[in-house]
Structure formats: C-alpha cells, structure tokens
Design a protein around this ligand. Sequence first.
Ligand code: PAF
Length: 279
Amino acid sequence: MQVLNTKNELISLISGLKNKGKVIGFVPTMGALHEGHLSLVKESKKNSDVTVVSIFVNPTQFNDPEDLKRYPRTLDKDVELLGTVGCDIVFAPSVVEIYPEPDTRKFDFGYIESVMEGAKRPGHFNGVGQVVSRLFDIVRPDKAFFGMKDFQQIAIIRSMVKQLKYTVEIIPCPIIREESGLARSSRNTLLDEEHKKNAPHIYATLKKAASLVSEKNVEEMKKWIADEINSNPFLETEYVEIVDEETLQITKDWNEPGKKVACVAVYAGKIRLIDNIVF
Ligand code: PAF
C-alpha cells in the first residue's frame, strides 16, 4: 500500500495505472475510519482493479468551526486499518495541497440542497461539491463509493457529477451499524459513555416506525418519530423528514409512487448524528 501526500505524485501514479487499463475505484473519506468506511473499501476492491482512499478533513464543508475543530483525526490508525483490507493507495493531502487558493465556486444544487442537511447546514453541500470535484480531478476514478448514511450527500454528488460532466459511476453502499444498531460514524467516537449508551434509540425508533406505516399518516409518523426519540433524555431531534428515495421530494401521502426514506438528525449532547431507513 502506498501512502501519498501530494497531488502530483498521485496524478502521475494514476496516469500510469490508467495507461495500463486499470479500473480505478475511489473511496473519499475524512478519516477516523470505521467498519462503514472499510465496507466501502471492500466494495471498491470487488469492483475495481486499484482502490484509492483519500483522507482529508475538508474545512469548506464545516459550517460550524467548533465541529471542524473537534472532528476526530487519527491518521496513523487509519492507514493501519486500510492496510488490513487491501487498500492500494492512500491519499492524505494537506489543506494547502487541496486548496492552494480558496475555492470560490458556488454550486447550484437546486431543490435537493434546500431540505434536511442542506437547510440545517448552510454551505455544507457546496463544500462537499468543492472537495469531491477536486478529488475526482486528481484521482480520475472510474467508480466512487459512498455510504447511504449520508443519503442526501449521494444525491448532491450525483448532481455535481452531472453538472461537471464526470464519467465516474457513483455506487451507494448500505449503512453499516454497530451491534447496538447505531449507524457507524466517525462522530460516534466523540460520544461520551452515557450518550453512546442511549444513541442506539435512534435506529430502534426508525425500525419501529417502519412497522407502523400502515397505522399512521405521514404527518403522524414524523411526529411519532420525533416524540419517541425525544422521550430519551439524552437525545434531541433536530429534524425528521420522510422523502422520496430518488427525488428527495417531501412525502405527503404514502400513496405517492416510489420508495420512501425516513431521515433524522439528532443531537446526542453536543454531537449531531444522522440516520435513515427505507420504508
Ligand atoms: O462523507 C464524507 O466523509 C465527506 O463528506 C466526503 C465525501 C469525504 C467529502 O469530504
């Protein structure tokens, strides 16, 4: 496994691999790797010849400076973990390497950035678009793998790919959960013991909700989910939304065509967690 820090090294390595006809799989991450990331690497290995993982805590996607400051950084451990799953290339650039000058591009993601994470975290998806497009320009992947915990992010990346005419295939991968049901997230390491013990109530609620679809209309269901999560004194719901899996349009009635996804953002103390379930 090669660990590279500069884009020029990576660009020349990738160009040699592409000349040999290798299919490049790419897993962009912000580090603090867990089983969820490793499952993306395994998926990439199944579907490509060479797997590149980037580790870069992207400042432009943090709308809260405190959140950026406390985001976990565990590079040595990450590199070690990636070695255990057969990653081929790790790209761990500095901020100046990715942004030699500030990125002033403003993406227009239209409706999909006006709801849920887009509404609650202004500028977040613009930053995601900026960094992922920069990384795509360097890695030039044939396939890129993203976890479905960040369900809305996948729609944003698809839109960015279309706007900038990349040919990369975006491959969504299932949410990986801890034994307790808590969705794996780098932020879980920031939870104190009490919040860690109570955070699994989020997914337990979503699962129970899935079994109640025939008993409640959409509005009743959203209220029930929020009330049920908030009944745990360690958790506070920021939003509950039920949206169409493809368009992210807000569901008004279960009879609308297409699969429905219930999405939540919940504060466990100071730590903001997101999760979702397909009904
Ligand atoms: O999902 C993430 O970890 C980040 O948003 C990503 C895609 C690596 C961009 O920084």
